[in-house]
Design a protein around this ligand. Structure first.
Ligand code: NMX
Ligand code: MLT
Length: 439
């Protein structure tokens, strides 16, 4: 299998780099920690290691060193589409190089071979109450896939540490192959009342399969959106809730199914993955109130009314970024190239002109610019995927790509169980007293 062989070839060099850093330079200081950071959600503390992606506050995400425009340009494209093959992105995240089209298609073929979902997963979803949130269904399905985990089976059979990464990769390929099928089943079952299992077609790529399996009308158009969406949502370095949780749970040597189910539980939170549905809701409220696209002045007042009502403006602000999110820009470019006259796109564009000014006037948000969620639901809505509570499931399919790449590398490089140290409030107060006392 191509990802296995490529990783195996580069492992000795990576292990040596890790050994030199840990054994010869383990005492070198990387960062210091303030009281504000301990209380404030560990913000910005440099304490996680990943080579899969990096978020530069002034520039946005880079996947394996490449910006989003570079990734979208360089990766091989799906047949008849303008957006990259998701298999090519997975190769890039996992191996670190841009694949050829043949290499990207090898990953796609590997997914097609593994896309069959065991019957008990479908039965389990059907046994749940009809109004169960789709993120609950997805998370349950992922943890239940762990029944087949190669990692857990081989671990309990006494596997050696230096080969942990091999079944970790097997499991990750199984998970990422089955995820769009399970997600499509949830969509069809929950919203369209269909009982049948979705069928993955080995002649089609990941994006087109997903478009066909959920049954959108404009398959070709939506396939390109799905490819773009999964690429953009795949990774955002390691500190965000879903990536960090997956990594943390994986560090206990739980298999990827346990680890990613935990990550998905974090993604389901309103400050993380759930925000995209709130953004679309806000845009639709604007549309309804003004019966179409408002004037700048009307929008300005509407934004202030949201803030004065004690609410945040969804889709704006970011914990790390200090510029418009390039993931927002890529989606806006996609929409403007295909449906520039759509009312919601025109409103979203106007929001981009007006809201940063409003947030600056309010003076609270550190970053008044849009994030990825400000537009993603709007594009789904355009193609007819209008069930808001499903949007986080889409995010989950994308996020699996990055966090599984991290998981496999963490096992390959033998990273230990994660275990930061805690302090008490009294200790913080004493540290303050000590440092404020004149010497
Ligand atoms: N609208 C109103 N107020 C905001 C916004 C916003 N969009 N963004 C930040 N603030 C406020 C924030 O609530 C905080 O207020 P207070 O001091 O009263 O608690 C203050 O500005 C400082 O927050 P920041 O340090 O700028 O932001 P933080 O890192 O804490 O949180 C978010 C980041 C993304 C959670 C925050 O910007 C937010 O709630 N945005 C709206 C919801 C959203 O778009 N979530 C999607 C996140 C996805 N993503 O990050 O890509
Ligand atoms: C993400 O993609 O995970 C979000 O932008 C949140 C983050 O990076 O903190």
């Amino acid at each position: 299998m191509i990802l296995h062989d490529k990783m195996k070839a580069s492992l000795p060099e990576w292990r040596e780099r890790m050994r030199v850093l840990a054994k010869e330079h383990g005492e070198v200081v990387v960062d210091q920690v303030t009281v504000g950071q301990v209380i404030g959600g560990m913000r910005d503390i440099k304490s996680l290691l990943t080579d899969v992606s990096y978020v530069d506050p002034a520039e946005g995400i880079r996947f394996r060193g490449m910006s989003i425009p570079e990734v979208l340009k360089a990766l091989p494209k799906g047949r008849g589409g303008k957006m990259p093959l998701v298999g090519g992105l997975y190769y890039l995240l996992m191996i670190g190089d841009v694949p050829t089209k043949e290499q990207a298609l090898e990953v796609e073929a590997e997914w097609a071979r593994r896309a069959d979902v065991p019957d008990h997963i479908y039965k389990m979803i059907k046994a749940m109450p009809k109004d169960t949130h789709p993120m609950i269904l997805l998370t349950q399905a992922v943890v239940a896939l762990g029944h087949e985990s190669a990692f857990s089976r081989q671990y309990h059979a006494g596997m050696k540490k230096d080969v942990y990464w091999e079944p970790a990769l097997e499991d990750s390929l199984d998970l990422t192959a089955k995820l769009p099928v399970i997600a499509a089943f949830i969509y069809r079952y929950k919203y369209l009342g269909k009982q049948g299992k979705p069928r993955y077609n080995s002649k089609q790529d990941y994006g087109l399969n997903f478009a066909r399996m959920i049954g959108v009308e404009d398959r070709k158009g939506y396939a390109d959106l799905a490819r773009l969406y999964f690429v953009l949502h795949s990774d955002h370095e390691s500190g965000n809730v879903s990536a960090h949780t997956t990594h943390l749970v994986g560090s206990a040597l739980s298999d990827i199914f346990y680890a990613f189910a935990a990550g998905l539980s974090g993604l389901a939170g309103p400050l993380h993955g759930l925000a995209n549905q709130e953004c679309l809701g806000w845009l639709l409220d604007v549309h309804k109130k003004f019966n179409g696209v408002p004037s700048r002045d009307e929008l300005y007042k509407f934004a202030w009314a949201t803030l004065n009502g004690g609410k945040v403006i969804p889709g704006y602000g970011h914990a790390v970024l200090r510029v418009p999110d390039p993931r927002y820009m890529a989606q806006m470019e996609f929409a403007k190239a295909r449906f520039p006259q759509d009312d919601l796109i025109r409103i979203a564009d106007l929001v981009f002109e007006v809201v940063p000014q409003v947030l600056k006037e309010q003076g609270k948000a550190k970053n008044p610019a849009p994030n990825v969620d400000a537009i993603s639901g709007t594009l789904q809505y355009y193609y007819g995927v209008r069930e808001f509570d499903y949007y986080t499931v889409l995010f989950g399919i994308g996020r699996a790509l990055g966090v599984t790449a991290n998981y496999v590398w963490a096992r390959a490089l033998g990273w230990p169980i994660e275990r930061p140290k805690s302090v008490t409030t009294k200790m913080l107060e004493e540290a303050v007293k000590e440092q404020l006392q004149p010497a």
